[in-house]
Design a protein around this ligand. Structure first.
Ligand SMILES: Nc1ncnc2c1ncn2[C@@H]1O[C@H](COP(=O)(O)OP(=O)(O)OP(=O)(O)O)[C@@H](O)[C@H]1O
Ligand SMILES: [Mg+2]
Length: 251
């Protein structure tokens, strides 16, 4: 009896510690989000002032180079803060109700949004979707963000490749819907592969990547009870495998 009570008290303590820890995390998230929001507003104003000055400065004027530098750096900072806000928002994304949606529909939406870049860069998209098996209970906006991040990364990786292909395969794997997105791009060095899901890890030139894309993807997929796995070979290409519980699997 005494032992049972001890055990019960222990469990209670553990759950209280967990609750306090998660409240602390939530409070610091809110603080960071408010700060980020204020910084974004401030930097957007700076960008407006810089662009105003740029418009009234001739290209030959030495100050134009400095203003262009200021414009580029301000835009870079705004992007970092925008991605940070998106990363924090994923945790509190309570508002979007899950619905039954097909992964194929979401991926087609992403390809449509990226169609002008795909066309301009001469990338071939090879899709293999069997009919009617890809429905998932999902927060459609969040899952669209996942596929958009992964396909944008694939396009970036293909920029210097001879062979420019993105393959998308969807199939059922037991209680999951498996989406595989494979590119023939530059691939990922072995030492980087272990780090790609870390927030702020990016191999892209300064100003081009904040390194939040894949960490946001992983958070969203985990929230859906799914899994995201990456395999890559330098110089050959990269494959992302995303598993999401199927509508039937969820019961
Ligand atoms: N398909 C891919 N091919 C090659 N490298 C990739 C691919 N996808 C991701 N990576 C590597 O993983 C890193 C992290 O990707 P992630 O999307 O998190 O950040 P990012 O693309 O650098 O910046 P952003 O925050 O703008 O998305 C990339 O910088 C790149 O090195
Ligand atoms: Mg990215």
């Amino acid at each position: 009896m005494f032992q049972e009570k001890e055990q019960h008290n222990g469990d209670l303590k553990e759950s209280q510690v967990k609750r306090i820890q998660s409240e602390k995390v939530a409070a610091s998230d809110i603080m960071v989000a408010s700060l980020a929001h204020e910084l974004k507003n401030g930097m957007t104003s700076i960008l407006n002032f810089v662009q105003y000055c740029l418009n009234s400065t001739s290209k030959e004027d030495k100050r134009a180079t400095a203003l262009l530098g200021a414009e580029r750096e301000t835009k870079r900072c705004i992007n970092i803060v925008r991605d940070l806000l998106a990363y924090l928002r994923v945790e509190k994304e309570g508002e979007e109700a899950p619905q039954e949606v097909s992964c194929a529909v979401i991926i087609d939406r992403v390809f449509k949004a990226l169609s002008s870049r795909i066309e301009k860069e001469g990338v071939f998209i090879i899709q293999h979707y069997p009919e009617e098996i890809s429905k998932v209970w999902m927060k459609a906006g969040s899952i669209e963000l996942v596929f958009s991040n992964i396909i944008t990364n694939a396009l970036d990786a293909l920029e210097k490749s001879q062979k420019k292909e993105i393959h998308v395969d969807i199939q059922r794997e037991d209680k999951f819907i498996q989406v595989v997105i494979r590119d023939s791009g530059c691939g990922i060095a072995r030492k980087n592969l272990a780090r790609i899901f870390e927030p702020f890890f990016s191999s892209k030139p300064t100003g081009e990547g904040t390194g939040l894309g894949l960490s946001i993807c992983e958070r969203i997929i985990n929230q859906h009870g799914g899994k995201i796995i990456c395999e890559s070979k330098l110089g050959t290409g990269t494959k992302f495998k995303i598993l999401l519980p199927s509508k039937e699997g969820k019961g």
